[in-house]
Design a protein around this ligand. Structure first.
Ligand code: SAM
Length: 273
C-alpha cells in the first residue's frame, strides 16, 4: 500500500505574504493539516481560501497525536505539519513527529520558508559566519543565569528567542554574565511595529525600560570576542599613550585603569611592543 508523506510547512511569522507558492500548493493538496493551534491556522487557510481538514498537534498531545498521525500516514494519507508561525520544529512542536515518522519509514519532506531566527540573525548586522541557536532561555532567573554561564565562552553569534515579559530580566542577566556585548533586538519582524534595535546590552536595557514591552522578540548577541579584542586593544591603547610621549610604565597604568584590566596583564603586553 502507498504510504503517505509528511510535509513540514513553514508559515508566516507575521506578514501573510511570507509563504511560498509551494507551501500553498502542498497545503491545498494534502489530505490533512496538523496544526499547533487550529484556530490560528484557520485564519491563514481562510486568507488563501484553502479548505482542508485540520487536526491539532501541540506540545501537550505530542505522544497520542503523534501515534495517530503516523497511523494515518501509514494508511496512505499525506499530512502537512504547520505551527503557529515560522518553521515547525524550531522552538515549536514538530521535532517529535519528525523523529517518529523517520522511525516508521515515512518520507519527511521539508519546505523551506520563514523562521524568525534566521531573519533576525541576518538583519542584526552581527557575524553570520557561525552562529548558535539557543531557543528560549529558562524562564527562572537562577536557571537562566546558569544557562548564560554555560554559553558565555561561545564565540559564535547567539540567537535567543524571548517573550515580552521576560526580555528585561534576560537582558539584565546577560549584562551580568556575558558583559556589555553588542546585540540586536529584532522585534515584531514582518509586522506593523517591526523594529530592529542595534546597540549594546546596556543600551537595550535603557531602550526597553522606558515603557511596557510588547511584541515578539529575537535577541541576537555577539559571541565572546574577549581575547581577540583585549589583545588588539591593549597594544593599540599602549601605543597611543607611548606615542604621546608617556613612559611605558605610565602608559601601562593608564590603560589598566581605563579598561579595568589587571596591571600585570597590561605590563606583560607592553613587553611585546
Ligand atoms: N517556529 C518559529 C520560528 O521558526 O521562528 C518560532 C516559534 S517560537 C514558539 C515563538 C518565538 O519566535 C517568539 O517568542 C519570538 O521569540 C520568535 N518570533 C516569532 N515571530 C517573530 C516575529 N515576527 N518577530 C520577532 N520574533 C518572532
Amino acid at each position: 500500500m502507498k504510504r503517505g508523506k509528511l510535509y513540514i510547512c513553514p508559515t508566516p511569522i507575521g506578514n501573510l505574504e511570507d509563504i511560498t507558492l509551494r507551501t500553498l500548493r502542498v497545503l491545498r493538496e494534502v489530505d490533512l493539516i496538523a496544526a499547533e493551534d487550529t484556530r490560528h491556522t484557520i485564519k491563514l487557510l481562510n486568507h488563501y481560501e484553502i479548505k482542508k481538514p485540520l487536526t491539532s498537534y501541540h506540545e501537550h498531545n505530542v505522544r497520542e497525536k503523534g501515534e495517530e498521525l503516523i497511523s494515518k500516514l501509514e494508511e496512505g494519507q499525506d499530512i502537512a505539519l504547520v505551527s503557529d508561525a515560522g518553521m515547525p520544529g524550531i522552538s515549536d512542536p514538530g521535532e517529535d513527529l519528525i523523529k517518529l515518522a523517520i522511525e516508521n519509514d515515512i518520507e519527511v519532506i521539508v519546505l523551506p520558508g520563514p523562521t524568525a531566527s534566521i531573519s533576525a540573525l541576518v538583519v542584526s548586522g552581527l557575524s553570520t559566519e557561525k552562529f548558535s541557536f539557543e531557543g528560549f532561555l529558562p524562564p527562572k532567573k537562577k536557571e537562566r543565569k546558569l544557562r548564560l554561564e554555560e554559553i558565555k565562552d561561545e564565540r559564535r553569534t547567539l540567537i535567543i528567542y524571548e517573550s515580552p515579559h521576560r526580555i528585561l530580566g534576560s537582558l539584565e542577566d546577560m549584562l551580568e554574565v556575558l558583559g556589555n556585548r553588542k546585540l540586536a533586538v529584532a522585534r515584531e519582524l514582518t509586522k506593523l511595529h517591526e523594529e530592529v534595535f542595534r546597540g549594546s546590552v546596556q543600551e537595550a536595557i535603557e531602550r526597553f525600560s522606558s515603557g511596557p514591552v510588547k511584541g515578539e522578540f529575537v535577541l541576537v548577541v555577539e559571541g565572546n570576542m574577549e581575547e581577540e579584542r583585549v589583545e588588539v586593544d591593549i597594544e593599540e591603547e599602549l601605543l597611543k599613550y607611548i606615542n604621546q610621549g608617556l613612559s611605558k610604565k605610565e602608559s601601562v597604568k593608564r590603560v589598566a585603569k581605563e579598561f579595568n584590566l589587571a596591571r600585570n596583564e597590561v605590563y606583560q603586553r607592553s613587553l611585546k611592543l
